[in-house]
Design a protein around this ligand. Sequence first.
Ligand code: DP6
Length: 351
Amino acid sequence: PVYQATASAPVNIAVIKYWGKRDTKLILPTNSSLSVTLDQDHLRSTTTSRADASFERDQLWLNGKEDEIKPGSRLATCISEMKRLRKEVVEDKNLAEPKISQYNVHIASYNNFPTAAGLASSASGFAALVASLAHLYALPVSPSTLSLIARQGSGSACRSLFGGFVAWQMGSDAAGTDSLAVQVAPQEHWPQMQALICVVSDDKKGTSSTSGMQRTVETSPLLQHRIKYVVPERMERISKAILERDFDTFATITMADSNQFHAVALDTEPPIFYMNDVSRAIIALIVEYNRLSIANGGGYKAAYTYDAGPNAVIYALEENIKEIAQLIVSYFPQKPGEFKDVLGLFGAGAA
Ligand code: DP6
């Protein structure tokens, strides 16, 4: 028989940002985080894995090109953790034959991101890898259990095992057994929520998330304040806002948390800048757009958020998203080296 399985996972965009590790090997965060998993066929990774007794070693191809699996790397850890889980929960209990955890695996992964997007792929990539191996190994385990392993590939990847609105609970165990993802609400709970991705630049970012956040942990006093006094309360409030479909509160907290994440980046020594002039101009536009709506007796209509780069992600309800896309395009005509594109309307949604 052929032992093969395919799975795919979408990108997620955090509204409460993960930034800082208390354990760099196990990838345990210094604070909890919360994200929305994007739906549709854009921005997802699809991974096929196969186990066979004849394979001489584990091998991985990314978009058709072989990627070395270095011993001790995040990739090697995820693969060996999945083999261990297969052995523990299936083979040692004689639930299935044969013992394919002893076979080497061949893994092929594809990202269908528009190449110009310049968006991170590690979250969907590790989530799809773990999901495809879980399928291959017929593991009777929950997405939260799989998130423990995806987390060791890339922290933010653990949140892409679920669709909809997802929290990564930081946990307190030194071994990481309680640092996992849980679903706060499925997409169907708030199907009007949409995301608009504004590609400001597809340049490779200056400082990677991994090294940037480590420097922040080592040098930023503001991060300590954020971890202790800010994030726990925001996690509570934004979860409640999601459950109550309260867009005003969702938007206020999302923008405040993006701002504070970029403030702790600036508070790092030496300072890290992820946003550029276009990013800041988009913030000004969204602020003004919300101000006008509120002045006219309405509420917030859009919430911006930025990760470790200049691209804006704007969350808004379906009824406003077209107007926002038109507004952005009218203020930022696409010029080379300036504003690239409004990538599309992405519903938040299930894997
Ligand atoms: C700004 O998950 O890419 O996007 O765990 O080192 O792989 P590693 O970092 P990564 O960091 C993501 C940082 C962020 C915020 C977020 O997604 O929560």
